[in-house]
Design a protein around this ligand. Structure first.
Ligand code: TYM
Length: 334
């Protein structure tokens, strides 16, 4: 297999199966995942086990998993070149997560800001999975001897923990794991809510649907959401921390076009807020329209989708099993 025989470095990343992927996911992570396929051996995972930390109807959950898989193909992940698979279809993730639980301290997990935020939002279901969530994430990454993990800024703390756990295990047992480096894009790593630009764009945002652009939104919906985006009472387009709404729009434009903030300001710096919003909306519509069409095509062929899922889970399984043999040997498990 070309993938396994190449000596390219390994990229690994994951996304939760929310079904509807938003612009933050796309610009902070997925668009980079696509580009990385040229120079790296890439493994991308839909982390359905992580998603179990929140209660969901099972039929609805299966649907969302399928939709997320189809969306990743639609954005440009090539499941023949990269490995694209469902986490729960490779049992080694749960197995290694248990082992790594024994190498992770309660104090470390207590410090995780996502745990604190999520337990505030889910007060009636603060389960142990929510607490040990970053350990499963470490297992995902370490199973594949990952060199780089492309993520948005919100995942940095989890990645630092993965590195610490890998180093701790290696220090006790000798080098089994590769300690992964974190890849955070210069632009697009923190796409903010359109209605509350101090907060990240997130599905759990209480700001409502107007705060999030979904990859499946119709062009007019995208235009309307961006038109209503919160800016400020000033009228000067500039990029600074005291102008979070305008800066967020500039970030979106720069990330969609894959240009720098300086280039974005050269193009849009003299615009009115109205013209800025129009330019951002048109750039987003142009980028998302072909994705939407490919998404419909990928989702409509259920048999092909399931077969790609199974084949890719097998490819992932083959790599993960090799690491598990090394881990078991190091631990003295018979
Ligand atoms: P998740 O599903 O929340 O997000 C997937 C990716 O999208 C990025 N992202 C953003 N980037 C910029 N601006 C935003 N507003 C924004 N919102 C989300 C995230 O940083 C992420 O890169 N725990 C992870 C999934 C995971 C994982 C892994 C990631 C599980 N195992 C192993 C990397 C490696 C999560 O919930 O991502």
């Amino acid at each position: 297999m070309a993938w396994a025989s190449s000596n390219k470095q390994i990229i690994y990343s994951g996304i939760q199966p929310t079904g509807v992927v938003h612009l933050g996911n796309y610009l902070g992570a997925l668009s980079n995942w696509v580009h990385l396929q040229t120079d790296y051996s890439c493994i991308y995972c839909i982390v359905d086990l992580h998603a179990l930390t929140v209660r969901m109807d099972s039929a609805e959950f299966s649907k969302k998993c399928r939709e997320t898989f189809a969306m990743l193909i639609a954005v440009g992940i090539d499941p023949a070149r990269s490995i694209l698979y469902m986490q729960s279809q490779v049992a080694a993730h749960s197995e290694l997560a248990w082992i790594l639980n024994c190498y992770t301290y309660m104090g470390e997990l207590n410090r995780m800001t996502q745990y604190k935020e999520k337990s505030q939002k889910n007060e009636d279901n603060i389960n142990a999975g929510l607490f040990t969530y970053p350990v499963l994430q470490a297992a995902d990454i370490l199973l594949y001897k990952t060199n780089f993990v492309p993520i948005g800024e919100d995942q940095r703390q989890h990645l630092e923990l993965s590195r610490d756990v890998a180093e701790r295990f290696n220090n006790v047992h000798g080098g089994v794991f590769v300690v992964p480096d974190i890849l955070i894009p210069r632009i697009g790593a923190r796409i903010k809510s359109l209605q509350d630009p101090e907060k990240k764009m997130s599905k759990s945002d209480k700001g409502g649907e107007g705060s999030i652009v979904y990859l499946t939104d119709e062009p007019d919906v995208i235009r309307s959401k961006i038109k209503k985006a919160v800016t400020d009472s000033d009228s000067k387009v500039s990029y600074s921390s005291d102008k979070p709404g305008v800066s967020n729009l500039l970030d979106i434009y720069a990330a969609v076009k894959r240009i720098s903030i300086e280039e974005t300001l050269a193009a849009l710096g003299s615009c009115s807020y109205g013209a800025l919003k129009e330019a951002v909306a048109e750039a987003a519509v142009a980028a998302l329209e072909p994705i939407k069409q490919r998404y419909a095509a990928a989702l409509s062929n259920k048999i092909q989708l399931e077969s790609t899922m199974r084949t890719n889970a097998g490819r992932a399984q083959a790599i993960a099993s090799g690491t598990m043999i090394q881990v078991r040997n190091k631990l003295g498990l018979l």
